[in-house]
Structures are given as C-alpha cells and as structure tokens.
Design a protein around this ligand. Structure first.
Ligand code: NCD
Length: 320
C-alpha cells in the first residue's frame, strides 16, 4: 500500500499509485460490507468527528457508517448553514474540537479552501467532504471505484461529464483524477455553466450534448447547483432538460455498454430522466452509494495508519 498523505484535502495532492492503493483497499471493504458481520478494528480506540457546515445526506451518512464499521467513536456535529460565519468562527470551532483530541476530522464547508485552512490549524488527520466549488476527493475516488468495477479498468476510457460544471466540486475532483489515470475527459455544458480556463486541464469542451456523448464509455451527470448560482444561468429548466437532460435517446450515441452516473441528489426531469436513472442495465447510481462507504473506510484506514506511524516516530523522538 502506498499512501503518503497526512490529510485528504483533494485529488490534486494524490499520485496515481496512492489513488490505486485507495481503490485496492476499498475493494476489500466492499467484500466486508456485503457480509453480515461488518466490523473491523482499523480505527479501534480512535475518535472521528464529522463537521458538516452544509447539508448532506449520502456523504455524511456514509462517513458515519464507515467510521462505525471500522470501530471508531463517531460524533456528528451538524452545523446549519445559516448560522455559519466564515473565518474566525470556523477556526474557533476547529480549535475547540481539536482540544477534545479527535484523530480524524471530516469537514464539509461552503467556502473553497476552508478545509485546507482548517487542516493547517489542527493536529489530527483532516478529510475534505466537499469545500465550495473546489474539491470533493472521496466522491471522485468512489466514482473511480465504481467505474473500475464496471469497466474492469480506470485507464483509457472516454468519460463525459455533463451539466453544471461551473459550480461543481465533483466535476473538478473527477477531472483531476481521470486525467491522472490517463483517461479522455469531455466536459459538456451550456457556455454559462462552463468555467473559464477549464481547458487547461487537458479535456475537450462541448456545448452540444449529442456530439459530446458520441462514443463515451461513461456518462457522468451533475446536478444544477442552484444554491451556488447568483443569477440566471439557464433560460428555464424545461429548456435545459431539452438540451442537456440525459434520456435514452441522447444516450443512444454513447457506446452500447456506456454506464450512467450521478453523485446525487438528483433532480429527475431536470438533468436526468427518472426512468433512465432507475434502469439497472445502464445506471450505476446505487453502486456509487455502495462504493462510497467502502472508499471512505479505505481513506480513513490509510490516514489512520499514517497518523499512528507519525505519533510512533514522535514518541520515539521524545524518549531518545
Ligand atoms: C455532491 C456535493 O455535495 O458536492 N453531492 C454529494 O456529495 N453526493 C453533488 C451535489 O450536491 O450535487
């Protein structure tokens, strides 16, 4: 296993061999999670605090389950978005929790970069569960595991990421990961939802969905992130669905065995047709949720190993 990181802040900081280590270990946790006895002691004795400054269903619940299955004491601190003040408040909260000696801190925050800032202030391992439009590393890793299990590889694939790219940390983390693993990435969005400068990541850009989907192995749909929009980015949801909503007819130009993904929560009838989302022959959306628990177990296990090793070295240093 190769995993050098002290924190998991973004895919940006991971090398391909570290990504492979997470996926390999996560595969073994998928097997564990399918058993009746799902317990491991990888985090036994450790304390995990989940700090979510933004709403979340699957990410928070899967981090909680992942920690419990690994034997950690897990505490959920849910902070309503409205009560959050940036800067001092975030650091104050983090310092307060840090004083309680947690080993793993899982953080979601509406500001890009907030989790990196926090990681510099505490002495435990920090996992980014999504910061603003910046990164959502465990989502990209669970997507990679889902793709690798469905396609048998995570290289040399054509992956189309479609929808609200501009506001999406999921798109950004996936774009970086898929590029590092040598895949062809196509971004499909109306010009108003395509972030400027994104072509520098070495991807192809399309505003015509049918052209972008042609021959794709994987079609990843994104939610219209209205909470991050400060104005009108699309004429109407109806018009958006007509041009960019994924349905069986548009999917027909992709490869016959193309898989359909969505990180959730889905807006049925806005970015994806509900029947297609539920079609188990094409959609791997439920697999993504299952892989999410296993990937989060793998990430926390690897970070805990590094934390123990670091503390062991520090203790030896003190004794010497
Ligand atoms: C994503 C997120 O929060 O960035 N959801 C998730 O983690 N499953 C995507 C989204 O909210 O649309």
């Amino acid at each position: 296993m190769t995993f050098r990181a002290r924190h998991l802040l973004g895919i940006e900081h991971l090398a391909p061999d570290e990504i492979r280590s997470v996926l390999d270990l996560a595969d073994s946790y998928v097997d564990l999670n399918r058993r009746t006895m799902k317990q491991s002691d990888a985090l036994a004795g450790m304390t995990q605090i989940n700090m979510f400054f933004e709403n979340s269903t699957r990410t928070q619940s899967s981090f909680e389950l992942a920690g419990k299955r690994l034997g950690a004491d897990v505490m959920n601190m849910s902070v309503a978005q409205s009560s959050v003040k940036k800067g001092e408040t975030l650091i104050d909260t983090a310092m307060t929790l840090n004083a309680m000696q947690p080993d793993l801190l899982v953080v979601r925050h509406p500001s890009s970069g907030a989790v990196n800032l926090l990681a510099s202030k505490v002495n435990c391992a920090v996992l980014n569960a999504g910061d603003g439009r910046h990164e959502h590393p465990t989502q990209a890793l669970l997507d990679a595991l889902t793709i690798r299990r469905a396609k048998g590889r995570i290289q040399r694939l054509t992956v189309a990421i479609c929808g609200d790219i501009a506001h999406s940390r999921v798109a950004r983390s996936n774009l970086i990961l898929l590029g590092k693993m040598e895949n062809r990435v196509r971004l499909i969005a109306p010009p108003t939802l395509m972030p400027p400068g994104v072509a520098e990541f070495g991807c192809e850009l399309f505003d015509d969905m049918r052209k972008g989907l042609e021959g794709a192995d994987v079609v990843m749909m994104l939610r219209l992130q209205k909470e991050r929009m400060d104005g009108a980015f699309i004429p109407s949801e109806r018009e958006y669905y007509h041009r960019y909503g994924l349905d069986a007819e548009k999917l027909a130009v992709a490869r016959d065995d193309a898989i359909v993904m969505h990180p959730g929560p889905m807006n049925r009838g806005v970015e994806i047709d509900g029947t297609l989302a539920d079609d188990i022959n094409r959609s791997v959306i439920q697999h993504q949720v299952e892989m999410g628990v296993a990937v989060r177990m793998a990430c926390m296990d690897l970070l805990a190993r590094n934390l123990r090793a670091e503390r062991g070295r520090a203790a030896l240093g003190v004794m010497a």
